[in-house]
Ligand binder design. Sequence first.
Ligand code: SF4
Length: 178
Amino acid sequence: MEITGACNLRCRMCLVRYAPAVGRGEGALDLEEFLELVDSLPHLRKLTLQGLGEPLLSPHLLEMVSHAAARGARVGFSTNGTLLDGATAERLIAAGLSWLHVSLDGATAATYEDVRHGTALRPRPGQFERVMANLRGLIRAARRGLIEPARAGGVRGHAPQRGRARAARGARRRDRHR
Ligand code: SF4
């Protein structure tokens, strides 16, 4: 399911580079529409939040992950990793993210930056190192996410967040039916 058509990069091989730019607001899938779509799929087991855009630009990403995870789906997406700071990684894991693919398209800074251009259609020096730092933060956050449930005797470390998300969804549904 494509949750945003917006992207903060213009990679050489991608259609996004050659199509008219899509703004963050105009490219975002509406949250209510997402909830209705997901709830219309009773046998949903896996959900990929992916289209042509960068999912971390969706203003509703955390709620979408939380809702799909609460429905029992293995939810994840592919990202270019440039916006995946440590706090964002922590929040995604707490929301119930099951898997994540990070696209690099280059094992060295020179190769990477020659492919992964910014919106000015030019390399962004230093971006490879920023993404690598984000990956290290993601791994640290994932390890904490795996360790905490064991310490809590099998209770998932992010249960309170899920509880809040469920409560919020319940309130939204009640509002819809008023
Ligand atoms: S980051 Fe992904 S969606 Fe964005 S331009 Fe590059 S390949 Fe396309």
